[in-house]
Design a protein around this ligand. Structure first.
Ligand code: NAP
Ligand code: 1JT
Length: 257
């Protein structure tokens, strides 16, 4: 237990189940004394979340599909009424059609491109707009990215291009929101076995490279990402905005492996 986020209200979007990176972040936030608010997309996730949070006091759950403007508007309207203020926001949401996460990038369909951009990148822009009025005491926004947004990583394809847009959005939003003492940063996590990663072509061989070649000779955990998120959400990171922090056991420092 620590007090880095004592009594701070942190909204976390993107918990699907206990393997979600967002759930790792939620646990680290709770350990740091935060009051957390979670959003879920559909009824299936609501029952998961109810089970996950059954033993934890004071966690509020709200529905929000980020492709729906009316869901985003209703979410922040309800948060304004129920809490009046939030101090932190975690965006841990992405989607792309599985068949577009393999083969040549030029085979990406127009529809698949738009879908990946809408859910994985534009959603951060819309959410930041509506979170801003609630961050009356200043705030910190954290989003999740992957190295495939900066470099060519085989198979990451349309998600890589969506992550590049997401990372650029972080920089533009940092300029918009900085004067109101709202910071925004991304965490570039190494590969972690989650629902999203399941069934992704070549994922296992990427994990193997981590164990054999990266500086720390291992993969990273949801808990390690969670602790970095707590740092970024806390006053310890008060001078940091528009930044991308790699939590990837050092993989990003390496040349061709
Ligand atoms: P995850 O548990 O599957 O989380 C993805 C979340 O996005 C799910 O909760 C999913 O909800 C949500 N989502 C998708 N479409 C949505 C929509 N329209 N509205 C609201 N929520 C929606 O997988 P994860 O690995 O933790 O991914 C979280 C973030 O980490 C993503 O941005 C991902 O790119 C990033 N990341 C992951 C890795 C990795 O190796 N796992 C590495 C680096 C970065 P549903 O389940 O209901 O669709
Ligand atoms: C999505 C998926 C977003 C998998 C994701 C993701 N962000 C990171 N990963 C894990 C990953 C995926 C690939 C990869 C390396 C890591 C699945 C669909 C929903 C959005 O390739 C090198 C493909």
């Amino acid at each position: 237990m620590n007090t880095l986020l004592k009594d701070k209200k942190i909204l976390i979007m993107g918990v699907a189940n206990k393997w979600s990176i967002a759930w790792g972040i939620a646990q680290s936030c709770i350990e740091a004394g935060a009051n957390i608010i979670l959003t879920y997309q559909g009824e299936r996730n609501l029952s998961n979340l109810k089970k996950l949070t059954a033993d934890l006091a004071g966690i509020s759950l709200y529905q929000c599909d980020v492709t729906q403007d009316q869901d985003i508007i209703a979410l922040f309207h309800n948060l304004e009424e129920d809490f009046g203020v939030i101090h932190g926001l975690v965006h841990s949401i992405a989607f792309a059609n599985k068949e577009e996460l393999e083969g040549a990038y030029y085979n990406t369909s127009r529809e698949g491109y738009h879908l990946a951009q809408d859910i994985s990148s534009y959603s951060l822009v819309a959410i930041s707009k509506y979170a801003r009025p609630l961050m009356k005491e200043g705030g910190s926004i954290v989003t999740m990215t992957y190295l495939g947004g900066e470099r060519v990583v085989q198979n990451y394809n349309v998600m890589g291009v969506a992550k590049a847009a997401l990372e650029s959005s972080v920089r533009y939003l940092s300029a918009d929101l900085g004067p109101e003492n709202i910071r925004i940063n991304s965490i570039s996590a190494g590969p972690i076995k989650t629902l999203a990663a399941q069934g992704v072509k070549g994922f296992r061989s990427i994990l193997k490279v981590y164990e054999e070649k990266v500086p720390l000779r291992r993969t990273v955990t949801q808990g390690e990402v969670g602790d970095t998120a707590v740092f970024l959400l806390s006053p310890m990171a008060r001078g940091i905005t528009g930044e991308n922090i790699h939590v990837d056991a050092g993989y990003h420092t390496m040349g061709l492996l």
